[in-house]
Design a protein. Structure first.
Length: 237
């Protein structure tokens, strides 16, 4: 993938590169003291020239986000991560099935990405997939599903919505949580969703437990900024 093909119109490439790195620093994805790749390595990652990366680094240096150490490289400086205000909303598990008006989605699983991982002693199957609505990308997902559950019906979990397959298989859910935050599209998100790099996206982190309060499924879901709408109904006490 190339930044050149997904850049916003009339936005210089070095501004896009600076924005991508800035977002990763201010979100905490890149931590204080972490060494950044070389100019040549970053140029290869973004599909731009080393000069473009150097211009981006100059911008980040002026903003106080990085520091350069002669002979050692470029490092992330300690910055203040702004806290988010959290609004807690209670709902029932049926909302995981698609909200008030479930959409007809086409699911595409990346057949080249299918791996087993172990987290805190529990085996998970990790899958990357994309949902489409009306022939257009609607959501990108990075999914982890309990491996024992996955092996009950791998052909279904590979082709169907996870939460619906769990319901049809009679696997009782105990609790679930979701956090939603506004973010910006990196290169992978922009390519997968067909949007401009650094355009607004919603990042949803979903966690589902069974009735014994064991984590059985969690996922990162990325939606284009115009794909979601939230409604909260307030009632008097």
């Amino acid at each position: 993938m190339s930044l050149q093909s997904m850049r916003r119109a009339n936005v210089p490439l070095h501004v896009e590169v600076a924005s991508l790195l800035r977002n990763r620093i201010l979100s905490g994805e890149l931590t204080a003291g972490e060494r950044l790749p070389s100019l040549a390595e970053l140029a290869k990652v973004f599909g731009v020239t080393s000069l473009t990366v150097r211009q981006a680094m100059n911008t980040l240096d002026e903003e106080g986000l990085i520091e350069r150490a002669s002979g050692r490289g470029t490092f992330v400086k300690k910055v203040e991560i702004k806290p988010r205000r959290v609004f807690s909303v209670r709902s029932d598990l049926s909302q995981l099935m698609g909200g008030d008006k479930p959409l007809e989605v086409v699911l595409s699983t990346d057949a080249t990405f299918n791996e087993d991982v172990v987290i805190d002693g529990t085996r998970f199957k990790r899958l990357k997939r994309r949902h489409e609505v009306g022939g257009k990308p609607f959501c990108m997902l990075d999914v982890h599903l309990n491996k024992d559950i996955y092996e009950l019906a791998p052909e279904r979990f590979d082709k169907e919505l996870i939460v619906l397959a769990l319901k049809d298989l009679g696997i009782a859910l105990g609790s679930a949580s979701q956090t939603v935050a506004l973010s910006s599209a990196d290169l992978e998100m922009a390519e997968g969703l067909g949007v401009d790099v650094n355009s607004p996206v919603f990042k949803v982190v979903r966690k589902v437990n069974d009735q014994k309060d064991r984590l059985i499924y969690f996922a990162d879901l990325i939606y284009p900024g115009d794909a979601l709408e939230f409604r909260i109904d307030f009632t008097g006490q």
